[in-house]
Write a protein that binds this ligand. Sequence first.
Ligand code: SF4
Length: 288
Amino acid sequence: MTTPGEVTTAEPMAPEQHPMSRFLREDRMPHIWCSSCGLGTTLTCFIMAVVESGIDPKDMAVISGIGCTGRVAGYLNFDSFHTTHGRAIPFATGLALANPDLRVVVYSGDGDLVAIGGNHFIHAARRNMDILCVCVNNFTYGMTGGQAGPTTPITAKATTAPYGSYEYPFNIPYLAVASGANYVARWTALHMRRLKNSFREAINKKGFRVIEIISPCPTAFARKNRLGTGLDVLKYYHANSIIQHGADPKDADIEMGGKIIVGKFLDVDRPCYRDYVTESISRQLGGK
Ligand code: SF4
């Protein structure tokens, strides 16, 4: 017998159980995600990567902010916390500093992470905090009805931009690299195997790691921009994604109807914030 929220991954799986069900809080189902939304696919890839990484989910914590992606913290049967809007990174920072043995994952959306929480994002990267930051980018605020956000491409329509958005959007890989992250990759929800591999690689690294996932939002973004169903959007990704590991993130802007550069932009091993602090304090206490 388990209680909601209790991690049960160490327990043997009943033969009739779905392989994913032990990683999910089934008492929270059915989920709220729309049909053909890309979010479920990203979560499947994440769970597969955790299994392959060999890390016990009891040694992980997943933090989300507000929005459709923010539901991940509630659905995963890991230690998790659903914070207020934009505050997933500060909460995760405290967790990572208090318990360095914990693998801390922030799993949130573009509005939460680079608009409301944008300042936290750049400063966590600057400090090279020991956090894996997963940003599902669907170019809009889906949960609240499709407003323009910090990643909405120029000319794309939104409920708050009926004639098109004319603010320059953030290029998330460029922002993350420029701010000081250790690992930066981008995939779409179509690239399941590559996304899973990237998750697995990033889970096993230290420092601030950013994985951006371009994901269909058929209900808000695609409908407003006449892009069709979630499947149509995946077909668009298939036709227009260019896998280019090591690309200059400056070239990774996303434009309406344009190509999407995906792949691993950066993978370095700079010491993270806690490494510096621990080393410095022990040196000073040791009088060296
Ligand atoms: Fe997904 Fe968009 Fe629906 Fe939110 S509103 S669940 S992002 S399709």
